[in-house]
Design a protein. Structure first.
Length: 78
């Protein structure tokens, strides 16, 4: 899993060029983009058909099924 904390100055590059770089590694099962200024996380999870993208805003539980990981959004931002 890769966790990328986004900053306003690098967000565009992180979510485009770096994302493509990360996805090229077959060992990467999940990529989390974490916003600094709002309680938001985007999860990209590798599946048999490609990449599943889920957005969590405000509250909820981040579930990374391939890794058996479940973390409340509130806990990440505590």
């Amino acid at each position: 899993m890769i966790v990328e904390v986004l900053s306003p100055s690098t967000e565009k590059e992180d979510r485009t060029r770096k994302l493509d770089f990360y996805k090229a590694f077959t060992s990467v099962e999940a990529i989390l983009f974490v916003w600094q200024d709002t309680q938001r996380i985007e999860l990209r999870e590798r599946t048999g058909e490609g990449w599943l993208v889920r957005d969590f805003i405000g509250s909820g539980t981040i579930l990374v099924a391939t890794m058996g990981l479940a973390v409340p959004l509130e806990e990440i931002y505590a």
